[in-house]
Design a binder for this molecule. Structure first.
Ligand SMILES: NC(=O)C1=CN([C@@H]2O[C@H](COP(=O)(O)OP(=O)(O)OC[C@H]3O[C@@H](n4cnc5c(N)ncnc54)[C@H](O)[C@@H]3O)[C@@H](O)[C@H]2O)C=CC1
Ligand SMILES: NCC(=O)COP(=O)(O)O
Length: 349
């Protein structure tokens, strides 16, 4: 690894979930692509390592101390203290502030240049809301606000699509799915989709497919919102009144856009061939397909930020925490992608 390998700040996520043990697993598998530092409580990590019999040497770094090159079995840590002891599988509202502090530490390091990218292990949105952080929706929205940008785009990509422009869809599980809306109740989705909002999202998606994935002229397939993309207005009018006018305007600027297409058949080889990313209208329209294609081998990327942020494709898996059953595949994909993106330079165009 080059001495200048980027620092990747990996937040360890909800302490009662699988995040802490996935971070430990990073130190034990294949060599890491960057200089990884985990943001979390060293005592929590040591307890989880002891519980699972993982031989990981935790190296607590002082402020200003450089992050060392990765070495097998060694995990540098930027310490953040738990608010109260944590047990696997048992959520505690007192630790919500701890989870948010790990994010703040990583975001600050990315913004001031001490880190080239941040990678997030999963947090539990519900316990953060239960703790009184009203309005918290997820990392994506928290990062948008912390970085002072108006719009970001959540995109998940399966591993085989991460580095290759123009993935071969036919017979392949390579897929990139971006979302027009993120964490909101289904009954609010239709009202949340506006022509101006869709336009902002498509501009970010096109720009970041170019910047991070090296695709000169991205082709994006856009889902309709309603069954059969509205059936000519008989099953909903959002396609005619919101989505289509936006796509028509952007096509006039040279955007390569298919759709709006019925979402049930868009995700088939005929429609996906030659497509670089799909824009789904809401979380559970696009992500089940992505997860069917590559759960555990995909990463989540927040597009539109002034910093690089990738994440796992899964949640806190409280049912598995502390048992040694959690698969670190997605965290490894997220770390590899973050290193690749950080190596491409500044996120700011
Ligand atoms: N990036 C993040 O911070 C994310 C956080 N979440 C949060 O996670 C919490 C739980 O969400 P769920 O919908 O239950 O999804 P989940 O992904 O935690 O669990 C779904 C199923 O997948 C399994 N699973 C998840 N990760 C796994 C891994 N690494 N290895 C093996 N099996 C794994 C679980 O055991 C469970 O059976 C929620 O609070 C949600 O908001 C969900 C997705 C992303
Ligand atoms: N299902 C993906 C997801 O919800 C990710 O949320 P975020 O916490 O990364 O914003």
């Amino acid at each position: 690894m080059k001495p200048s390998a980027p620092v990747l700040a990996v937040t360890s996520g909800e302490p009662a979930g699988i995040g802490p043990e996935l971070c430990l697993q990073l130190a034990l598998g294949e060599p890491l692509p960057g200089r990884v530092v985990v943001v979390g409580d060293p005592a929590l990590l040591a307890q989880r390592a002891a519980l699972l019999g993982l031989a990981v040497d935790l190296v607590e770094l002082r402020p200003g101390e450089p992050v060392p090159q990765a070495r097998p079995g060694v995990l540098p840590v930027w310490p953040v203290a738990l608010r109260e002891p944590s047990r696997p599988g048992k959520l505690a509202v007192a630790n919500a502030g701890y989870v948010l502090e790990t994010l703040d530490v990583a975001i600050a390091a990315c913004l001031d240049g001490r880190a080239g990218a941040m990678v997030t292990a999963p947090l539990h949105k519900g316990v953060i809301l239960d703790a009184g952080h009203a309005g918290f929706r997820g990392h994506t929205e928290y990062l948008r606000d912390a970085c002072g940008v108006d719009e970001v785009v959540m995109m998940l990509a399966t591993d085989s699509a991460l580095h290759a422009a123009g993935p071969a869809w036919q017979g392949s599980t390579a897929l990139r799915v971006a979302l027009a809306t993120t964490h909101l109740p289904l009954r609010e989705v239709a009202d949340a989709i506006s022509e101006a909002g869709l336009e902002r999202i498509l501009r970010i998606l096109q720009a970041d497919l170019r910047r991070w994935f090296g695709i000169a002229r991205p082709r994006i397939a856009v889902c309709g919102l309603n069954p059969h993309a509205g059936e000519g207005g008989h099953l909903g009018r959002e396609e005619l009144e919101v989505i289509e006018p936006c796509l028509t305007r952007l096509r006039g600027e040279g955007f390569e856009l298919d759709g709006p297409l019925p979402a049930d058949t868009l995700f088939t080889p005929r429609h996906l061939t030659g497509v670089d990313a799909v824009l789904a209208m809401y979380h559970d329209q696009g992500l089940p397909v992505l997860k069917y294609a590559g759960f555990g081998q995909a990463a989540n990327i927040t597009l539109g930020l002034p910093i690089v942020r990738t994440s796992v494709d899964h949640g806190t898996a409280l049912d598995l925490a502390g048992q040694g059953l959690a698969d670190a595949g997605s965290l490894r994909v997220a770390v590899a992608l973050a290193a690749d993106m950080a190596g491409r330079g500044s996120a700011t165009p």
